[in-house]
Design a protein around this ligand. Structure first.
Ligand SMILES: Cc1ncc(COP(=O)(O)O)c(C=O)c1O
Length: 402
């Protein structure tokens, strides 16, 4: 069975061009980038070339890029690294939101246990953090504001330039988890660019066609950061540990490809190819499946993601039914101690636990084809109808003739 992959927000396929770029760095060019001999220097050159390509994608300085092991580490380094950087008389205050990835939310809770004051901002029903909500939460001791760029579950895009400006003018640092934005949206961190007030920004390699276990934290010049790991002086003393040279080379290649794609996407008046496919999938599902709808439909969303509720269907059951038909998607809920918890993102948006548990995320990749979207559309309505037949709570909507 030819499988259809619609779970790109969980991980993207590794592109053959990325693998080809990485391969020599496991075999012939295996040197440690800190060694002073020629083999080490060859590896160092490759790391610095990748740093340069990534800095070009982000419109920042090479020295502002810190390589990490992924989005989780980048988020933790941003939060712990700034909040624990300078001892101060007043407890530092962190503002974040209820729609963050757990890499930020759980880090915030861990910091709270270490004495940091934490405020969790609410969002609108479409999943947006309003600038006025942030403004009202600022305090004299607010040291860091951390707000996700594009949501991993719904694709909702936050007004980051505006939010970052508010934090900046209040004297606080601003971090954004851009794991689901990098490679999909232009990110201009230059001192004149729209993201000029963003101080820290997290990226994960495996959400942008590079390998799992790779990541980046952008740290703006002059931002003081205390490292999470102690050891060597790697990454300008911000991240000790021998660099993952093949992974970093892969990230560099992925950044080069992302730059090309963004340039191709930019001049279009209508939706990009990916957005057109996503819209085709979304509209096809809504037309064929009664009692379904898009979560976060009323706002700007990343072009590859749609999160759809199917009332009276357990998302877990639907994910399994679709998997058996060869379609990989994801439920919004996290399975904890055997019980499906409704997604914290969807419940923060005001969905009832039942509707949140009935929601499924479809996330397309650059490799998704129209034929795959049409094949998915042939599978999804039948799978939903079968599950609803088993649901005593579900009543078919009355038709005109009934
Ligand atoms: C928004 C967001 N932040 C952080 C992460 C964690 O990234 P990683 O898997 O590289 O640790 C993810 C992964 O799903 C994510 O979607």
């Amino acid at each position: 069975m030819q499988r259809i992959y619609m779970d790109a927000n969980a991980t993207t396929p590794l592109l053959p061009a990325v693998l080809d770029a990485m391969r020599p760095f496991w075999i012939e060019h295996f040197g440690n980038a800190s060694s002073i001999h020629q083999q080490g220097q060859y590896a160092r050159g490759a790391v610095e070339q990748a740093r340069f390509t990534i800095a070009r994608l982000l419109h920042c300085l090479n020295s502002e890029i810190v390589f990490t092991s992924g989005g989780t580490e980048s988020d933790n380094l941003a939060l712990f690294g700034t909040l624990l950087a300078e001892p101060s008389a007043a407890k530092p205050h962190l503002i974040t939101t209820g729609i963050e990835h757990h890499a930020v939310l759980h880090a915030a809770h861990a910091l709270e246990e270490r004495g940091v004051e934490v405020t969790i901002l609410p969002c609108t029903p479409d999943g947006i953090i309003l600038p006025a909500t942030l403004q009202a939460a600022l305090r004299p001791n607010t040291r860091l504001v951390s707000i996700i760029f594009a949501n991993n579950e719904t694709g909702t895009i936050q007004p980051i330039p505006e939010l970052a400006a508010i934090a900046h003018h209040a004297g606080a640092l601003f971090h954004t988890d851009a794991v689901q934005a990098a490679g999909k949206l232009p990110l201009d961190l230059s001192p004149e660019g729209p993201l000029k007030y963003v101080d820290l920004l997290s990226i994960s390699g495996h959400k942008m066609y590079a390998p799992q276990g790779t990541g980046i934290l952008f740290v703006r010049r002059n931002v003081r950061l205390t490292p999470l790991f102690h050891g060597g002086t790697h990454e300008r003393q911000r991240r000790a540990g021998t660099e993952n040279v093949p992974g970093i080379v892969g990230l560099g290649k992925a950044a080069e490809l992302a730059q090309q794609w963004l340039a191709e996407d930019a001049p279009t008046d209508g939706p990009t190819h990916l957005a057109a496919l996503r819209d085709r999938l979304e509209q096809g599902i809504l037309a064929a499946v009664p009692d379904s709808g898009v979560n976060g439909a009323g706002t700007l969303r990343g072009s590859n993601t749609t999160n759809i509720y199917f009332d009276h269907v357990e998302a877990e059951a639907l994910v399994i039914a679709l998997d058996l038909k060869g379609l990989s998607v994801s439920g919004g809920s996290a399975c904890q101690s055997g019980a499906a918890e409704p997604s914290h993102v969807l419940t923060a948006m005001g969905l009832s636990p039942a509707r949140a548990r009935a929601s499924v995320r479809f996330s397309l990749s650059r490799l998704t084809t129209q034929a795959e979207v049409d094949a998915a559309l042939a599978i999804i309505p039948t799978a939903v109808a079968r599950l609803r037949e088993l649901s005593p709570a579900y009543r078919k909507p009355a038709t005109a003739s009934a």
